[in-house]
Design a protein around this ligand. Sequence first.
Ligand SMILES: [Fe+2]
Length: 238
Amino acid sequence: MIDIHHHLIYGVDDGAQSQDMMYGMLRKAAENGIRHVIGSSHITPGVRRFPAEAYLEHLDEANAFCEREHLNLTVHPGSEIMWTDDTPRMLREGYVPTLDQTWNVLVEFMPDVKWDRMQGAARKLGNEGMTVIFAHIERYRVLRDIRKIAELKDSLGVIMQMNCGTVLKKSGFFDERWKRRVLDEGYIDLVATDAHNLGGRSCNLAACHEALAAMFDEEYADELCGGRQAELLGFGEA
Ligand SMILES: [Fe+2]
């Protein structure tokens, strides 16, 4: 299994707050059966300076820990980009980490983002040669309209990520109906944990895999929890 969205690098965002916490999160990821994880720390281009040095240092510490503890887990660099108007330029200039240094980017918006802005972001990033993954698409009001998801996928090739917590949580009638439909009809390309800690927002990919296998079948669960990610990022083994 592969997790492309995980805030385990400590001291750079609202995810892990200490080295110990990061180590705990690495153990938890390994226990979940994850073999590759991306340390996708929050970055807001042009608004907040990204502490790149601390990030890279802590990423090295994470991999050294995995090796020392024989966790069979590799931590790759990346970020979760809050879309700003400065994003394309700063990506081009190399200030924004892409997923494992590929041409794939994980992008988020404010929940009330307008359709034009979302579509514009996908188009501009596409023009930069990027493959765009939208993070936790269940959060955006505008994507309640499933035709909008279809349009982003069909015309701009956007890849859709849902959080494991959303798969696992039983919501109200309309939310459940939407979730069931986007999963059933193949609008979701992959799931990720978006883990921030060891408490309420901890790594839950194994439970999510189990839920997806029960809802659909083992094969579809495998695809959403690692197959698509492996294809996208070229990781050898899911
Ligand atoms: Fe996140």
